[in-house]
Ligand binder design. Sequence first.
Ligand code: ZN
Length: 155
Amino acid sequence: MFTADTIPRLQICTHGNALAKTSPNAPCPCGRTEKYKKCCRRWHNGAPAPTPEDLMRSRFTAYSLGLVDYILSTSHPDGPHGKPEQRDSVTDFCAQTAFQSLEVLSASEDGHRGEVSFYAHLSVADQDASFGERSTFYRVDGRWLYHSGTPIQRT
Ligand SMILES: [Zn+2]
């Protein structure tokens, strides 16, 4: 999910928001009504996100804030996006993309495996780049990690 490989590469982009800052007291970008400091910031600061949905939301917020280290460290090393060489593409994707909102459609977990279906509202250079995905997560050493995803259509 959210890789620069899936979108056209742009030479110039003035519409991204990788350097966007959010105030600790602003509503969290992940779509919950909590303030950022009471929501995803806890996971960004190192506490393990307790559910696959919490991790999914915190990754969306991390993309919107350009927290590349967090995105890489919460990607499963066996998944397609968990390689250190992904750093540049993740950084570019954060920089090129405006992360507008996230809808979580369903979330479940069974033992150490979890699934979250979501619809992410994004734009790149003022073009809609929204997409839906069913993501798979695995819990490793007490931490949920994003493994991979398959596209889903919005119903
Ligand atoms: Zn949040």
